[in-house]
Design a protein around this ligand. Structure first.
Ligand code: HEM
Length: 445
């Protein structure tokens, strides 16, 4: 199509002069991307000087994720990779492909299978320590649980609980900063404010922990084929030389960042959705009793927990991230609009997963929803909890297995309800989460 036949991109509703969509975003941060959904497949969104083409159409959202010749990582990844020293997994093209292949064995089914016992033990011990009538801060518990098992899987080592907690709080700070860094000019997020200083200090502690683990392993190379071992043996595709400690640290930072907040927030939402639905809890319980049969869970049995897995999948649908972005490598015509090279192009997983054009009653939590069931193939680009294409989540299997084990272990042991009188607000971030989830638990059986 030639430039003369292209059409201008319509602005998303709610734009004001100079500030663009900033007031609308601040007014309704959670529903902003849903509120600007229009019939147009592509709209223009502006946050002050930052402009973005936002895709609303599944086919377009699919293309943006799979067509790596046209779309490279965008602003979101650049802000993050910059914080982490631009490690190879955060790159594009051949370097990225090489690094993915290198890391893949650390996330394979075999690797997750080997790790299952540790996840089951941690879930059983942690949830067995809860007491009837004593309020449980479930958001904190889920975050500690996920951080303990994921860090153990990545580093092959058990870290002291205080270190685990410090790391996961730092990751939460990074997530908040990243969302701000995507939609607000950098100058606002790099001022020497107390929050930014706290962030820098926490990052310093996080670096020190990783550097310590790397040095320990260099001094005592074990035979554990974990991610740390893989990275110590890895070479760069461009130079053929081993990764430096700095690069290894960067890879870990990205992995830890990508893993912790996503998994613990999704698990916290799953617990929330379960706690307010006795009928879902009952089905989880019945399945857990049947599959566990009084024995500790094994990897093979996790795969029999089909209803539990549907609860995880429905949680991933309903509680997806706000925004993902890419950048065009060259001029491209999208939905009839000529989008110049170097433009930021994005889509909102949250808005796409709540699209009434795809899902009947999209805000309803329904693990058995027809659209996700057999015979209801969704159009490509309508549902993508783990992403699609070359950047699809490398930790999908680890995360899904961890969340399924946690839910089944909980359901087998406890009946959950939200502590009466608790007010649960949703904290806005790139991945919105309950700001607090206090529960009361009653033993089953
Ligand atoms: C519920 C938990 C998780 C969710 C919802 C999730 C979601 C996603 C999504 C949507 C992407 C694609 C991003 C894009 O296309 O721009 C992604 C990429 C990624 N995820 Fe996950 N993730 C989760 C857990 C994990 C875990 C546990 C790990 C590692 C231990 C991990 C590591 C990664 C990495 C490294 C990438 C980038 C892959 C690449 O660019 O090649 N994630 N994740």
């Amino acid at each position: 199509m030639s430039a003369t036949t292209t059409v201008p991109c319509p602005p998303a509703p709610g734009r004001v002069p100079v500030l663009g969509h900033v007031p609308a975003l601040l007014r309704r941060p959670l529903s902003f991307f849903e509120s600007i959904r229009t019939q147009d497949p592509l709209v223009r969104v502006g946050f002050g000087p930052i402009g973005l083409y936002l895709a609303n159409d599944p086919a377009l959202v699919h293309r943006i994720q799979v067509d790596a010749d046209t779309f490279e990582r965008g602003r979101f990844f650049e802000v993050m990779a910059g914080h982490f020293g631009n490690p190879p997994i955060a790159s594009d093209g051949a370097t990225h492909r090489h690094q993915r292949r290198t890391l893949q064995p650390g996330f394979s089914r075999t690797s997750v299978r080997d790790h299952t016992r540790a996840v089951v033990d941690e879930a059983e011990q942690r949830f067995a320590a809860w007491r009837p009538g004593v309020p449980v801060q479930a958001d904190e518990e889920m975050a500690d649980f996920v951080a303990t098992v994921v860090l153990r899987s990545l580093f092959g080592a058990e870290l002291p609980p205080a270190v685990v907690r410090d790391i996961r709080r730092t990751v939460a700070l990074i997530t908040g900063k990243l969302f701000a860094g995507t939609v607000f000019p950098e100058v606002l997020t790099s001022l020497p404010t107390p929050a930014n200083r706290r962030f820098e200090a926490a990052m310093g502690r996080f670096h020190a922990v990783i550097d310590g683990l790397v040095q320990d392993r260099r001094a005592n190379p074990g035979s554990v084929p974990d991610v740390l071992d893989i990275l110590l043996k890895a070479t760069r595709p461009d130079t053929g030389r081993p990764l430096t400690d700095h690069e290894i640290r960067g890879e870990f930072l990205i992995l830890v960042f990508a893993a912790l907040d996503t998994t613990s927030t999704t698990l916290t939402w799953a617990v929330f959705e379960t706690a307010i639905r006795p009928e879902v809890q009952q089905r989880l319980y019945e399945e857990a009793v049947l599959v566990l049969d009084g024995q500790p869970l094994t990897y093979d049995r996790v795969r029999e927990l089909s209803y539990t897995r549907k609860v995880v999948d429905e949680t991933l649908r309903l509680h997806a991230s706000m925004l993902a972005t890419r950048r065009t490598r060259h001029d491209v015509v999208l939905a009839g609009t000529l989008v110049p090279a170097g433009s930021e192009v994005g889509y909102s997983p949250r808005a796409m997963h709540r699209d009434p054009g795809t899902y009947a009653d999209p805000h309803r939590f329904d693990p058995e929803r027809a659209e996700s069931g057999p015979g209801h193939a969704l159009p490509p680009g309508a549902s993508f909890p783990w992403g699609i294409g070359p950047h699809r989540c490398i930790g999908e299997h680890l995360a899904a297995t961890t969340m399924t084990i946690a839910l089944a272990t909980l359901a087998a042991r406890w009946r959950l309800r939200i502590r009466p009188g608790a007010r649960i607000r949703v904290a806005t971030s790139s991945l919105p989460r309950p700001d607090s989830l206090p529960l009361l638990v009653t033993p089953r059986g």
